[in-house]
Ligand binder design. Sequence first.
Ligand code: NOJ
Length: 546
Amino acid sequence: MTKPTTHRWYENSVFYQILVGVFNDTTGEGIGTLKGVEEKLDYLQWLGIDCIWLSPFYASPLRDDGYDIADYRAIHPDYGTMEDFDDLIEAIHARGMKLITDLALNHTSMDHRWFQESRKDPHGPYGDYYVWGDDPNRYPEIRIIFTDTESSNWSFDEVRGQYYFHRFYKEQPDLNYDSPAVHKEVLSLIDFWMDKGLDGFRLDAIPYLYERDGAGGESLPETLEFIEKLRAHVDEHYPDAFMIAEANQPPAETREYFGNGDRVHMVFNFPLMPRLYQAVATSQASPIIEIMPDLLHLPPGTQWGNFLRNHDELTLEMVSGPERELMYSSYLPDDSMRAHLGIARRLAPLMDHDRAKIELMYALMFGLPGAPFLYYGEELGMHDEPSLPDRYAVRTPMQWEPGPGAGFTTSDTPKLPIVGGEGLSVSEQRHDPDSLLSFVHSLIAARKAHPELGIGNYESIDVAEPSLLAVTRTLKAEDRVIPSDPISSAPLVCLYNFAPHPIAIPPQALAGVNGVGRVVIGSFDTAAEVHSGDALPGFGFVWLTA
Ligand code: NOJ
């Protein structure tokens, strides 16, 4: 039974990221559609998904797979129509699920009308919508993000006869947040989508809104202030709305995005993500133990968005040099898998298709404080396609059925190749109790039965065993719906083994369950009793109640 909680919906929701163009094709053109997403809602509901995140589906030349938006108020014709979008929201809400979309507000596509006007007429109404200048060496402190393709953050525009600034591809000019008109445009397009009944947004590339001389151009006070403005606007008009920041920043700065609970509701857990991989690579729990104190005690109403993979490379921009080397040597067997400073691979190949390691990673994502974000296809252990350029290696079509087309399309020429692989489709896994999909399904159910995993107290237990992460999770008194409710759960004990060999469970690890744990889920039979001295298998995990 799901236990009560006073927290807001997103704090303990399970999210699922979809790239519309590769999820489910309903036209036979080899490209996924909004209707295709709607067709698969039963599946997502069965899986236990609370909230769907759609990556950009707006009008776009797709230089950056849609993160280069040419019209914020139009649907890319390949994906369907505005009516399809309205139908999709309705169908999602009818199932009690929620929908958030992705907004790239830092930049637009060059094809956006604002840029076309801005380049033509510096003194016209759009003249200052972008960051123009005559000196391509301005802001030398600002790093280049797409190092594989761009050698400068400035490009020359022949039409205007000036340089424009861009943090990403040269086809993605940065908007100028010093222009009040840009603020107005952004608030108005937020209203446009929220008025359709959307539940919130992912704020793409949000640290980069402002540039200032002598500064690195990330997380500037002006940027954080704009986020507060956005939040105040959203709170006033859409009090249930939710915003998650994509703020790939050094760990200490990442928390800035919560403010005092007056900036975004959620921030992707970039500080934690690489440490999960480091723990598996080194068979040490310390990378996680060391970062956890920095991640606890968030302002009320805020939460981390935990993730293992997404549509980008496994980013290594914010880890130290030695950590990056460790990640390359452990997870980058071939340079073709490198993208920018990271690794463009899916989870299963990263884990050498080792089922125990994959389950361990999932147990961490669902078991550490935060709300979990699943990337489509990862619940199947889908493979990737390293020969594809940019980050398309991890963006191949969803596999619904075995065979050509993978149930994704009837076209012989899908937009992106289908990777396939025996047993790696929904229809093959859904009714197989031993499949990864069945495991993820059970894990989500276990997570939902134990809200303390997302929002409860986190206490690390000192077990003097470097490969073992042992933690106690407890619901706090304030997590009750009615103040007179008893605190609804005894502590949950979670054990994670990063060693390839079994570890005897030390007695102190089970103190929270009075020495004997009953298995919720993990490497032992469900409901079995676990005692100290029992062997937790190599790369095994277990969640235990008293
Ligand atoms: C972050 C997105 O996740 C990535 O895919 C995109 O290329 C950049 N922001 C630019 O929008």
